[in-house]
Design a protein around this ligand. Structure first.
Ligand SMILES: [Zn+2]
Length: 253
């Protein structure tokens, strides 16, 4: 029963995250007004705003104007629901579930906004650093010192990642937004996870970058945002970090 509840709760939060993704870059309020269709501006009634279900029932079209509803909406709702389920399965009803779910939700919003606009909003990453530090006083698996070193290492590793990125893509690609994001990741997950996140993010980013270069030709004109790769690396660190570290240490025996 609780498992089902965690999935439904995740989908509802995911629906709210879609609102944040749409409105934060525009500087609009995330509370008022209610949801509107971006094509015909018609207000969306509650029965057409049920996470995942409405998209399927409406077959991805606005009831009023038949305009297409972006696949982003069910995707974000689905990924948020899955994250809630995975965290709940591991932590149950606990502060750990609450803080890590907040963390993952922030990463989802940052990822999609960065993909669309190539920016990482400070209104998410900066408070995120503070919330992560507060979490270190409450969560048993995170000490204050670990969180603090995580922030410093995440913020200070700009040089390392920027150099690596420049080496791989032959141009500057790191922004200040990525640094604040890494500091937030360090605050929530500690300094080991920062290192793992940089390694995983760079690895995934390089693979995707090389694939895009092969498909689109050598000339990589447009910027590939780094935030989504860092977010993905952080999520992998959270869910399987211990497994990866154990495996790595075992390799070096
Ligand atoms: Zn419409």
């Amino acid at each position: 029963m609780w498992i089902v509840g965690s999935i439904i709760f995740g989908a509802i939060v995911g629906s709210f995250l879609n609102v944040c993704i749409y409105r934060i870059p525009k500087g609009e309020s995330i509370v008022f007004p209610g949801s509107h269709c971006p094509h015909c501006q018609q207000a969306i009634p509650f029965y057409d705003n049920i996470p995942l279900v409405s998209y399927l029932l409406l077959r991805g079209k606005c009831r009023h104007c038949q305009g297409p509803i972006s696949l982003q909406y069910p995707l974000v709702e689905g990924v948020t629901a899955l994250s809630s389920f995975l965290l709940f399965s591991r932590f149950g009803i606990s502060w750990s579930y609450l803080f890590y779910f907040l963390f993952i939700a922030s990463l989802i919003v940052i990822t999609v906004i960065d993909l669309y606009h190539q920016i990482i909003p400070d209104v998410i990453s900066l408070p995120g650093i503070g919330v992560g530090l507060i979490a270190s006083f409450i969560l048993p698996q995170l000490t204050f010192l670990n969180s603090l070193i995580g922030i410093l290492l995440g913020g200070g590793s700009l040089f390392l990642v920027a150099t690596f990125y420049q080496w791989v893509f032959k141009r500057e690609g790191m922004g200040g937004g990525d640094v604040k994001l890494l500091a937030m990741i360090g605050a929530f997950l500690g300094w080991r996870a920062v290192i793992l996140t940089i390694l995983l993010g760079s690895l995934i980013g390089s693979i995707i970058g090389i694939i895009i270069m092969m498909v689109k030709g050598k000339d990589l004109k447009y910027a590939i945002p780094f935030g989504p790769f860092l977010s993905l690396g952080a999520a992998v660190s959270l869910f399987c970090g211990q497994t990866i570290i154990t495996w790595y240490l075992h390799l070096n025996k």
